[in-house]
Design a protein around this ligand. Sequence first.
Ligand SMILES: Nc1ncnc2c1ncn2[C@@H]1O[C@H](COP(=O)(O)OP(=O)(O)OP(=O)(O)O)[C@@H](O)[C@H]1O
Length: 315
Amino acid sequence: MNHYENAIETFGLTKKFGDFTAVNSVDFYIPKGEIFGLLGPNGAGKTTTIRMLCGIIAPSEGKGFVLGWDIAQDAESIKQNIGYMSQKFSLYHDLTCRENIRFYASIYRVPADEQSARVESLIDELGLREIANEQVRELPGGWRQRVALACAVVHNPPMLFLDEPTAGVDPIARREFWDFIYGLAGQGVSILATTHYMDEAEFCNKVGMMYNGRLIKIASPDTIKSEVPGFLLSIECNRPGKAEKFLRSQSNVLEVSLHGAQLHALLAKEEIKNAILKGLKKEGVEVMHYEFIQPSLEDVFISMIEEQASEEISE
Ligand SMILES: Nc1ncnc2c1ncn2[C@@H]1O[C@H](COP(=O)(O)OP(=O)(O)OP(=O)(O)O)[C@@H](O)[C@H]1O
């Protein structure tokens, strides 16, 4: 095994498809044993970044190192030493859950006399015992996701790539999934996971926000939260539509969004709250409840994208 400090390092990593730049000069690193979350809307370039790092497609420009190996030269060594769970879990539907895991154990050259023990221990760790003999085609998405995870880690890879591993999976299964991933990181496994779910970013040591092929921000989830420009006031009222219109007309209100029956207003200053509440009353809006809330990563991401878009317009 190579000597390395960072499981991943990239320098100006870029992928062009014809004239289109899918990944634009991305720089980041993942220290050994850390979880890095790549967040961003569809088409941001997350999967393309992973494919380059796994040695599946070649970068157009820039450099990337995985477990100390150069992605341009050592793709085969990388492939043998990573786990990769792609969006379309690559499972064999006519094989059982156990047969799928066993199959991947042979592909990844787990020694023959260790295969059974490893497969059975993963079946237990991931709670797959009751469906171990069922064909994958019979299983709902949440189970398939666990089987795919077992296949991706069967050879104990020190680096794991997870591309939207929990898409379409219910919140309890997502939580269990992340508990397992956390355990792996605790054993020194480094992890790169992409997700659309902002709440999942909170399981990560660092989060990279990707948009239009660029990594627009890298920070810890807490840092990102603390960087939100303003104070987020949540308002519950009887006429949300009218309240929204009023709030949008106020220059001190930076953003307004509707979340079910609640309005979120991002105030430039904390002290304008009273004037806002008075203004709503004057408009005939009855406020039942209000409170300042901690912005979610989604709130922060939206404001970063807006900032980025306005920078691009002014360039
Ligand atoms: N082989 C390809 N040829 C041409 N364009 C491609 C190719 N692969 C990806 N793209 C384009 O590159 C952009 C980035 O795609 P990518 O799949 O990396 O995004 P993503 O952030 O992973 O989004 P998603 O969550 O939808 O997978 C998209 O506009 C996509 O259409």
